[in-house]
Structures are given as C-alpha cells and as structure tokens.
Design a protein. Sequence first.
Lengths: 493, 478
Amino acid sequence: MRLFEYTALQIKEKIISGEIRPVDLTKQFIEQIKNIDPHVQAYLSIHEDEALKKAAQIQKKIENAENVGFLAGVPIAIKDNICTKGLHTTCASKILRNFIPPYDACVVKRLKEEDAIILGKTNLDEFAMGSSTENSGYKITRNPWNPEYVPGGSSGGSAAAVAADLSIMALGSDTGGSVRQPAALCGVVGVKPTYGRVSRFGLIAFGSSLDQIGTFTRDVKDAALLLQVIAGHDFHDSTSMPVPVPDYLREIDAGVRGLRIGIPKEYFSAGLNEDVHNALKNVLRKYEQLGANVIDISLPHTEYAVAVYYIVANAEASSNLARYDGVRYGYRASKSNGIVDMYCRTRSEGFGNEVKRRIMLGNYALSSGYYDAYYLKASRVRNLIKGDFDGAFQKVDCIICPTSPVPGFKIGERAKNPLEMYLSDIYTIPANLAGIPGISLPCGFSKEGLPIGMQILGKHFEEKKLLQIAYAFERETDFHRKKPVLKFSLTQK
Amino acid sequence: MEYEVIVGLETHAELATVTKLFCGCSTKFGSEPNTQVCPVCLGMPGVLPVMNKKAFEYALKAAIALNCKIDEFTNFDRKSYYYPDLPKNYQISQNYYNLGVDGYMDICVHDRINRVRIHNVHLEEEAGKLIHPEEAGADYSLVDFNRAGVPLLEIVSYPDMRNVDEVESYMQTLRKILLYTEVSDCKMQEGSLRFEASISLRKKGAEKLGNRVEIKNLNSMKSVLKAIEYETKRQADSLDQGETVDRETRLWDEVNEKSARMRSKEEAQDYRYFPEPDLLPVVVDGKWLDEVKVTIPELPLARKQRFIEVFKLSDYDTSLLVEEKILADFFEDCIKIVDRPKVFCNWITNDLLREVNERKLDIHHLPIRPYQLAALVEIIEKGAISSTIAREVFSEMVQTGEAPQAIIEEKKLAQISDEGLIEAVIVKVISGNPAVIEDYKKGKKNALTFLVGQVMKETKGKANPKMVNELLQRKIDA
C-alpha cells in the first residue's frame, strides 16, 4: 500500500510510532500533487514550504518524545474560501486574486494547533456558487473517476483531492450541498455539521444563515476524527453554539439495531436516476438486515426548498459580496472615472457571470417593495421546511435519501442552464435551510462506473449518531475502499 | 401668508465605550489614521461581528431615559449602501426591531414644559472617515477606519417641534440626558454628537403636513438653528410664490449659510434592509432591564425641579447647576456636609464657574472636592476670614486642590481679631489722617468708611472688619 492511500487514523498512528516520518509523508504528497494534479486540477495553490516546515516541526516533536496534536502529521487540503494567514485565499474569484488574509480561520487555527499539515488550497465554484466547480475563475476540476465528468461542487477541489489521493482529508463548505454533493460524486465521505457546530469565522461568507464548514475524508472514522478537531463554540462566531462536543470516535460502532430510519417519499420521486434509486434500495435492505426499521415519512414542503434557498442564499450573498469594491483589498479596475465608475468596473471585471447573476437576484429580492414578497415570504416557508423535519424527527431517528439525483454529469452539460444546475442540490438544500447535520457516504456505482452517494440527515447536534449510522453501513460494505483508476491523457492537462 | 414650521430631528451619538461595537478595537479619538483597526472593522473577507454588550447596555440606558418601550426581542439588520468609508458596504443597524420605540422627552421652553415624542432609539455602527488631500488636482482620497465600528446611537424624534427655541431646547436637553446617563461624551467638535433636521411648512391652521426636506451636514447646534431659519424662509418664499416644496435631502453649507440640494426623493437610496444573519437576536429580559434601570441617575429636568422646590433656589441658578451633572453632584455633596444651599449655589454658579471660564479649566477634572468647599464655608461662617480673603483662598483651592485651612495658614491669611494689633494699626491710621478725622467730627459719616478702608489696607484685608469698625469709632469718639 502506498503511503498516501492510508486513512488519517492509520497515518496518525504510524507517525506517532515513528514508522512514518512526517517530512517523508509530506514530500510524497507534494510529489503526488505535482504529478497528478495537473490532470485533476483540484488545487489552486500548493503550500510546499509551509507544509514541509510544519512537518519538520512535528518530526522534531516526535523525535524529542514531546506531545503531538490530535492530527499529528496528517495532510489536509483546505477549500480556498477558508482564510489561511499569509497564504492566498481567492474564493476562486479574480476579485480576490491577490488577497492574502492577515488571520487564520477558526478551523485553520484548530488544525494547526492539532498539528495537521496544510498542503494547499483547493478549487471551488467562485464564492462557492455552483454545483460543479465549473464556475471557478481559474480552472475546471475534473472528477477523478472520469475526467469528462464534473467533481460536483462547490467544494469540487476538496472532494477530488481526497478521491485522487492528493490529500488524506480536506475541508469544504456547504451552503446548499457543497460538501455532500461533491463527496457523493467523487466517492468520498462528506459531513455537513449542524449550523452552529463549527465556527464560520474565517469562512468567506456566501449565505451566512446557511454556510457551514464540512469535512471530506476517505471513511467515516476519519470524518469523526476531523470533526472532533473543528467542532465547538468559538467566541468570534456568535452563531456557533456552546453545545458540548462529544467524543465522536467513541462508540462509533454502536450499530443500528432498533433504529428508526425515515424514508421521505418526496426524495424518491420522478427525476431520480435509476442507478441511484437502486443503490438506495440496497442501502435500506442492508440497514434492515442490521436491525433497523425503515419507516415511510413525508416532508411535504420539500418542493419549495430550492426556490426558498435561491432567495435566501442570494439575498445574503448580495450583501456579503458588497465589500469587494476595490477600495481596501483585492482586485481594482485599473482605469476608472470616479468612485462609482471604479466600483462598477471592478465588480464587472472581477466577478464571474454566476456570481453576478446571484448578486442581482439577491438585490432584487431585498429591494424596497419586494422584500415582503420574496425574502420575508421565503423566510416563512423556510420555517415550514424546518417544521417538516421537526415533525419527522418525532417519528424517526434519522432520514436516509440520495445525496444527488444523478451519479454525475459531464463538464459543460449543465453549465449553460443555471436552473438545471440549481436542481443538482434538490436533496441537499433542505438540510441547510433547517440547519440540521447531514453526511454523504459512498453506497454504490452507476453503470458508467461513477460513485453514488447516500445521505443521512439527523437532528440538530446529533452528528455523533449520524456517524454511528454511517459507520454501521460502511463496515459492512467496501464502496469506500474503491479507488478511481486515474485515466488522464496528457492532452487533457 | 403665515406658516407653521414643523421640525423633527435625527440625532447620532457615539457611545462612550472603550471598544468598538463588533470588535475589540479601541474607540479613542484622534489617533494616527488606521491604527485602531482589525480584520473585523475593516470588513475583511470571512470575518464576523461579535456584539459589545456594554454598548448595547448604554443604548438601553439611553432608550429607558427617553421613556421608550423596550421590546423583549430586538435584532440587528443590514443597511446596504456603497460608500468608501463603509468597509462592508453595509452598515449593521436596526430597522425591523428597534431597541426602543415610542418614547418621549420633556423639554423646557420659556418656563413651559413641552413633550417631544421619540419615534425610536437604535444602535448601529459608525462609518470611517474620508480624508481629501489638500494638494491641488489630487485624484484620490484616503480613508481612516479608526472610527469605523464605533457604537453609534440614533435617536429619531417625531416632527413635534414648532420653532427654533424648541429645537434648541430639544438638543440641549438630549445632550444633557446623554451626559447624565454617561453613555456619550457628546463632543460635537469630535463628531460624537450630530444632528440632522427635517423641516416642513404648512399654512397656519392646516392639518396636512407639507413636503419634508432633510438637512444634513450640520456641524454644531448653532448651524442646526441657522439651517432651520434659512430653510423656513426658503420654503416660505417658494410657497408664497405658488411653488411647491420638493421632498429632498439638502446639504448645509456652513460657510455661506445656505443649503443646497443633495438628492431628490426619486434618487433616495434603497437600503435593502434584511436581518443580520451573523448575530443572534438580543433578548432583553426583565432582570437585565432592571439592572440597567438602576444605573440611570435623576435626569436634569427632574433634578432642576427638585432643586427649586426643596432648596428654594431660583430658576436661573438651578439651570446653571444642572447644566453639568458634575456641578449638580458637587452641589449636593456640599450641602450634605453643611446645610447652606443658597451659599453653595452662589459659590458654584458664581465663583467656581468664573474660575473655570477664566482659567479655561476642565470641569470634569477640577482638583477641588466638595468637602473642601464645605470646610471653606464653615471657616467663613466662624468669621475666621473675610469674604474677600475667602475668594482668594477659593481660587487657590480650585487650582491646587489644597485644603482651605492649609492655604490660609501657609499664606497667613487668617483674620486678625487681636484687639492690640488692630488698635496699633488704628492709631497709625488716625495719626496719618488728621484732616479726615476733622471731617468726621464735623459730621461727615462716610469719613469713617474711608478710615476703615485704610486699616484694612494696612492689614492686607485680614483685620476683622467688625472689630475695626467698633474700635475705630470708639477711638475717635474718645
């Protein structure tokens, strides 16, 4: 087994025991990235020097038999909308091409404190707006399982990096499915924690009431490990909750006997791909074999979720992105005639089309005379959607459904049709609106050989239960062990 | 045509917190540009606000002092507009749920109490400051973000004022309330207290309000009053000529004492308010409210009325006393020691204020303490020093903070009540002024006053005047 195929838990053990030296490991990953990433295009920037420096520090600690952090020497990739002090953070937008944050995001600070090694920053749809990573202002990331396909999005770079062994773990962000959907499309485990579980401080805001930082890992135990490090209250994020963080790895093998699994009929309707549907049927059969009870439920307001989402998320985005004006940092149009013209040129030249589309939609929804009809109404329907879940969780312990309606789509296939693209997130958006946690894990393959993901949704702050449920399935199956055979020709470079 | 002028005021007051509203940066005034900034108040990507609880409490205090209704639930909203001094291009403010609503403030105009209703009181963040280079033809401006994020209280009145006297009283009373509650230092020259006026005219007796004109850029209370007078005339002239007054925002030109159109109603900005998702709603429960309520002192108008009733002081004197909380506090501390309200009132309103004005002293940092003034008054009442000497001692006390007894001893100012000493001086004066003695004996009574004066002069004012009078008379008559 090659070094970079180990899980984080395995690597951590080998590093602490001295079997693997952090510097060697880091070098191998950097080497791997240099060889493979030109084909995958998962990374926007690689931080070789910083990573090697950190690895050397950890190595020294181990040699001196000092205490090491919880993620000692484990390589990790960070989505490029999470601030890293002194290192470019671009949101895959031209408007932030030269932006170097003077501070670390809360999660990055925690990763550093626990001795993780940050390899680099990964590609995304510009400002996390998209479901395919095609909206990046810099490059198109390819799905390691088939380079003609998108890796999903918006955290496509992070998902692809983990799937292609270009990192062991990665962080992403999930506003409407941006962790779970690419995890499903790339055949890795993706967790979107409860809104308020992980600090958003340093995550460059898209939809503030929906955004949540999430994890990409090779298996469920690694997800538990990484979540353990990043979860917990942070003074700098008023919306992060002072709820105690349980030990996620402890009792992860608790099993599912007697568990009530809800199957929402609205998530298995027309439009669901047959392969995905079949994979989910197998999932449910497996859980029943393991002693769980599968119960049909209804989440009646599901059909409004996408509409509500695109009002709330865009309204918040229009305001969050107002600060990119060329005055203080980032891109500024070179020639302009006065301040208003400078604003217009800077934003017209700096933002991509999808971002501009959403800013306009969002501003429209907040305009005087439209606020009640759009934003306020959407907020009310959002409460109904939350109510759907509250009701369901009185009857069941978790909900299982597909992560994505299709196993994947080709690059360019949906890029011209925003509405079709928006429907990619139909199964993931409701969890963001309700603020509940969700996990996506591999559960099969399509006829074309693309991975299929299943999604488990739970009550607020019940990530631990979700991990247990996911692990019960994972240890009985080996979908997560399958590796993509990288089939890249040099012409695709 | 006779018109009635209708005025409402919007007041912005910077709160006197040590740190900013949503980050830990200092609010100190006058530092080098951009030295009191951090990623949060600069609106860097990825930052989040954390509410300063102290600022919220200050705002709450002001809202209670202005008799507002305090809802249990308030939150913040984003107010969007583009301006280079606004780092996020939205201001965290309050719109849908204001911290305080439907309050009022009583003002005193020509000895009559008028009530001005307060529409709302809310909390928001201050913007930065643009600096325009002085060099000719400069094609840039600079921004100082030290002020960005300083907590700002906005107080919106109803259009309940009808003349400049009421407006002036409103501004003065509000300023005093903010000072009394210690929520703002109200330094207009540092921009920590600012006013915007909205003015409309209607025919005397008419019910319907005319179109409202908002005036910005009013840098002092004086300019508020001037602008209202100017605007009243401008609008009246338009109406007299059969024109209509446009609903618009105008800028006051301090130098030329004129206002000019800034933007029309059609150009009014759409602020696209929506609830700030980065902050949790603030719940003000009864316990918290009570805790804040007990920190609110007696407010100036109530205090003035009490001074008039209880201490039988004049309207004018009490106005001077309550003008500054520190003076009224000083007064009350004094009379707790020696119960002479009128005497202390005179010392404070005459002597203390004169010293402060003449020597340009900071009233908040005077070295003299109330117990020291009380001690001085006791010394005077015992007859140990004359009132002239007392003033000299007081002046020294105000400057140095030394005890009156120490000053008297050190400068040997104690009154001379020794008969022998006084007699010796009298003998000297009598022998030096034989002509005056003659006058006196001829019946010129004021000749005696001259002689007393001479004795006082000889003793540098220290001789007990009563004794001088008696001894002198006895000596001459003998």
